[in-house]
Design a protein around this ligand. Structure first.
Ligand code: GLA
Length: 695
């Protein structure tokens, strides 16, 4: 059989070349080895959603004494009951590991990212590490679902306190919390929702952080405001409950329309770039719905956040949350986050870089260790993603276009995956039972994973080389690098990776080295997190090393990210300038499977669909899996109410899952680390917090 390279653009170096199909016996997949035993160190106490929280009016409400004395009594702030919604969210005491908390103290975070500004829905990153998670509240919430019974699994209500489906299943009516306010006292209502949807999600000139696009909520889906506190979704699908997960962090978290709207190009003379950048890091006191407001920013040093006096969640005794008055975000490195948290000079880390595992474990095992460290399941992993758009996404030059066409060849992807020695790669990060061979697709730690449906191409350098020979990709000029056919150039591929993490660059270096004996020159294109994210979103990469998202760790969260279901939803295959995707047949299959998964709530059918997904994904090497391993939550021992078994990553990162607004520090263990004690956020855009008037 002779096979033709398909989908060649006019500029292609491969143009018109036909190649001989590889022999069937070369590079046959097998099932992957069982991952080494590594038991999670603590299990969640499983409960139903209604055992965690509800919405109700309580007889009385409380706040920290200094808020009453310095702000309410002098008339600077309305009494707490007037600041809360009619029915605040109430956390159930029985689900709090240590019960009702006390006010005070600080959680000291360290991050390796840097804030671009505060316009989350306009596409700006706040530097990660949970800052945006602390500022933003979303229609639903999924981080804490790790503790919800499997048979009751559905997103927690949040800004949407309840919802119901129409009889035909095409309409979803959501009821927003009533009478809640942004941290500056401005009412929160459906106008905020509609501004997010119409002017940020539907407006393709805006790319909200974490990538909400219309198709994120289903092709043809519409949203309208029924009244101040009611919104209505209309879906093409019948009862697609899966989209409730997309309404959680990070794809449906509205911003303060009263502040953002006047800067949006539809309502001002601003360009889209000016809108995006209208709230730089030194714009303080941006109104939020989250527990804490940024009140101080010192470049390359720290971001300080103070309690939101209008926060709309309480405990069963009516104490307004959060219990913690202040959050710190030290602007340092991700590795420093581990080091400082283990040492006790910071409070919280997701131990996710295997290079730090051994030292962190050793130090945390000491009796005097200030922090506890607990490993969870293998839900952190890396893949090599090839740019599969041959349609002009990212405006490729001739070489880049030729690489993309090569990326679209199954034999090429098979050769690349077979040239990766995953055992060696994992061991180069850390020795021991942590890392496991990851062929690609779903992680072994998810309930939807099925080993038998996983096609694993074992390390076989010889076979890989033979396949490339048969593709006609030979080293015609004898310099050790294969050439494109017909006297073409050396095959040189750039590899985009994030320099904020040692693991990302180490994994990238390993891949670069492993491609050398395959005769492929891979050149590092290492960029800081923010510019990496921008390059990736713009389609400016040949290959990229990626620490993957919740879609492969949980399947139900971020499901739409599993395949290119929309023109702009996917990480490595998007539409070109004409808005069209150029899906290969197996990709269309993946899209169909994902859409079917979204459209059904039949458990067995869903399991079968994901097995099929895994098979199509791995047989076709949609992306090249590299390594998967567990992460550990490190948290200072003085914090109470840390839920058992909190994973660092599953439906969301631990900063969400741990429910920070319920964490507290018992009085006798509180520190004096607060930088702005007894202050509250100031007016939006004003300089720093306000002290009130001590009475
Ligand atoms: C970064 C960190 C993660 C986590 C997230 C939260 O990605 O690497 O551990 O803190 O931010 O968004």
């Amino acid at each position: 059989m002779r096979k033709h390279v398909h989908a060649l653009g006019g500029a292609s170096l491969l143009l018109g070349v036909s190649i001989i199909a590889t022999q069937a016996q070369v590079l046959e997949p097998t099932t992957p080895p069982e991952p080494p035993e590594f038991a999670a160190q603590s299990e969640p106490n499983f409960v139903g959603v209604s055992e965690i929280l509800g919405f109700e009016a309580l007889d009385e409400y409380h706040e920290p004494e200094w808020v009453t004395e310095n702000f309410v009594e002098p008339g600077l702030l309305p009494p707490v009951e007037e600041r809360l919604p009619a029915e605040p969210m109430v956390y159930k005491t029985s689900n709090m590991p240590d019960g009702i908390g006390v006010y005070g103290d600080v959680m000291r975070h360290v991050i390796g990212g840097r804030p671009e500004g505060w316009n989350y829905i306009g596409g700006q990153s706040q530097g990660w590490g949970g800052i945006d998670i602390g500022l933003s509240e979303c229609l639903t919430r999924t981080g804490p679902l790790f503790m919800v019974n499997a048979d009751e699994l559905e997103p927690l209500p949040n800004l949407a306190k309840s919802w119901e489906w129409s009889e035909d299943g095409h309409e979803l009516t959501m009821h927003l919390i009533e009478g809640a306010k942004w941290s500056d006292g401005d009412p929160f209502d459906s106008e905020d929702i509609m501004f997010f949807w119409e002017d940020n999600v539907l407006d393709s000139n805006v790319s909200p952080l974490n990538g909400a696009t219309p198709e994120t909520f289903g092709t043809g889906t519409t949203l309208e405001a029924v009244d101040e506190y009611t919104i209505k979704w209309t879906f093409q699908e019948e009862r697609p409950t899966q989209y409730l997960y997309q309404m959680a962090y990070g794809t449906f978290c509205p911003g303060p329309s009263h502040i953002l709207k006047p800067e949006h190009p539809n309502y001002s003379d601003n360009t889209y770039e000016e809108y995006k950048n209208a709230f730089p890091p030194d714009y303080l006191n941006i109104p939020v719905m989250g527990g804490w407001v940024p009140v101080e920013y010192r470049a390359e040093d720290i971001i300080v956040m103070r309690r939101n006096p209008y926060y709309w969640k309480v405990d069963e005794e009516g104490n307004q949350l959060p219990y913690l008055d202040e959050l710190h975000y030290r602007l340092s490195t991700w590795a420093d986050r581990d080091v400082q948290t283990v040492a006790g000079s910071a409070d919280f880390s997701n131990l996710e870089q295997p290079e730090s595992f051994v030292e962190s474990l050793r130090r945390s095992a000491e009796e005097t260790a200030p922090a506890r460290l607990q490993f969870g399941a293998r839900t952190i992993g890396y893949a090599l993603q090839m740019n599969l758009s041959a349609n002009g996404w990212g405006d490729p030059d001739e070489r880049e276009q030729a690489v993309r066409e090569l990326n679209r060849e199954l034999d090429f992807r098979k050769a690349v995956t077979s040239a990766v020695d995953r055992q060696r790669l994992g061991n180069s990060l850390v020795q021991g039972p942590f890392t496991a061979i990851y062929p690609g697709g779903l992680y072994a730690g998810t309930p939807f994973y099925d080993r038998e449906s996983t096609a694993y191409y074992p390390f076989d350098l010889e076979g890989a080389n033979a396949v490339l020979d048969e593709m006609g990709l030979e080293d015609t000029d004898g310099n050790g690098i294969r050439n494109f056919p017909e006297g073409g150039e050396d095959i040189e591929i750039t590899l985009l990776a994030n320099t904020d993490y040692a693991t990302d660059t180490n994994v990238a270096e390993a891949v670069i080295a492993m491609m050398q004996p395959l005769g492929i020159r891979v050149v590092a294109n290492f960029q800081s997190g923010t510019s990496r994210d921008d390059s990736a979103a713009a389609g400016q990469f040949d290959w990229q090393i990626v620490r993957q998202g919740a879609e492969v760790a949980s399947v139900v969260q971020n499901t739409v990210a599993l395949a290119p279901v929309g023109p702009r939803t996917h990480t490595f295959h998007r539409a070109g300038p004409d808005g069209e995707l150029d899906l290969m047949p197996f990709e269309q299959e993946l899209v169909d499977i994902v859409n079917e998964f979204i459209a059904t709530s039949d458990t067995e059918e869903r399991v079968d669909l994901m097995h099929e997904f895994q098979q199509v994904y791995t047989e076709n090497v949609f992306a090249v899996g590299l390594t998967q391993y567990p992460g550990a939550l490190i948290i200072n021992k003085r914090f109470a109410n840390v839920p058992a078994g909190t994973p660092i990553f599953q439906y969301n990162w631990a900063e969400d899952s741990v429910i920070r607004e319920r964490l507290y520090v018992p009085e006798d263990q509180q520190t004096d680390a607060a930088l702005f004690p007894n202050t509250l956020p100031g007016e939006p855009g004003s300089d720093g917090p306000t002290e009130g008037e001590p009475s």
